[in-house]
Design a protein around this ligand. Structure first.
Ligand code: ATP
Length: 250
């Protein structure tokens, strides 16, 4: 399949000169009067897999919601491909190439696999095209095309959610807790697909609470604790910091 438009960068380009595809600058966010993000800065390069890790309640999902314009920040900027999109609507960002797969997948459980894919034809793609890509990436979905999605295993449902998310040929794919409730082998399989998608030039932001598997396919990772990014770096360096973050050090 063709690589999506708008995902450039030759491999030889020095990292510093590459404009980030996503940037959050000084983001603050609150639920009512309670502030939960206290100045989050984050920058994702084109084509990279960026893992946002951290314990329960750290603010990871809130950060993703801000990124996708599902929630407005009280301060700070959201910049996508060099454009300040703070205050844009979620639909506009989706049209600009952002696809989010929420925690719990967001598929239609009462529809079959095929019908779920049909729901993605609003993107302008034909069902046959969507099926070809989905079953090409996830053989298991092809075998289960007539099965009601809600009766599939958690991992298969996650595959379907990813297949639907990819229907728009996104430049950026945002995954919230891909591994939630899934067996380690399935998680590994899903992350194999994430790596393959990234190789096609898609930038990927992935939130996880439990980190080991995602670090294996990440280019960079960040640890979020209490509404702030506490460290950003290469996966190996971040892995070394994880236990202290999870043990509650500030
Ligand atoms: P988890 O890994 O448990 O999903 P998280 O890092 O994604 O956690 P968030 O879901 O962003 O964290 O939550 C950050 C903080 O905001 C938490 O204290 C949470 O209780 C609070 N919060 C999240 N959603 C709401 C909401 N709709 N109303 C009020 N408070 C909320």
């Amino acid at each position: 399949m063709a690589t999506p438009a708008g995902t450039p960068t030759g491999p030889a380009e020095p990292i510093e000169s590459v404009e980030p595809i996503i940037e959050l600058q000084g983001i603050r966010a609150a639920y009512g009067s309670i502030e939960v993000l206290h100045g989050v800065d984050l920058s994702v390069r084109p084509g990279e897999v960026y893992a946002l890790l951290g314990p329960n309640g750290a603010g990871k999902t809130t950060t993703l919601n801000i990124l996708c314009a599902l929630m407005a920040p009280t301060a700070g900027k959201v910049i996508i491909a060099g454009r300040d999109v703070t205050g844009s609507k979620a639909e506009d960002l989706a049209r600009a190439g952002l696809a989010m797969i929420p925690e719990g997948t967001g598929i239609f459980p009462n529809l079959t696999v095929r019908e779920n894919l049909r729901m993605a034809t609003f993107t302008g793609k034909k069902l046959s095209e969507l099926e070809e890509v989905a079953y090409g990436r996830f053989k298991r979905l092809g075998e289960r095309r007539s099965q009601v999605a809600g009766t599939m295993s958690g991992g298969e449902q996650q595959m379907l959610a990813m297949a639907r998310g990819l229907a728009t040929d996104p430049a950026v794919l945002i995954l919230d807790e891909l591994s939630m409730g899934l067996a380690p082998l399935i998680v590994e399989e899903l992350y194999g697909v994430v790596a393959a998608i990234a190789e096609g030039g898609v930038s990927i932001v992935v939130v996880e609470q439990f980190a080991r598997t995602v670090l294996g396919v990440s280019d960079r990772a960040a640890i979020m604790v209490h509404g702030k990014i506490r460290a950003v770096g290469e996966p190996a360096a971040i892995e070394a910091e994880l236990s202290s973050a999870y043990l509650g050090g500030q």
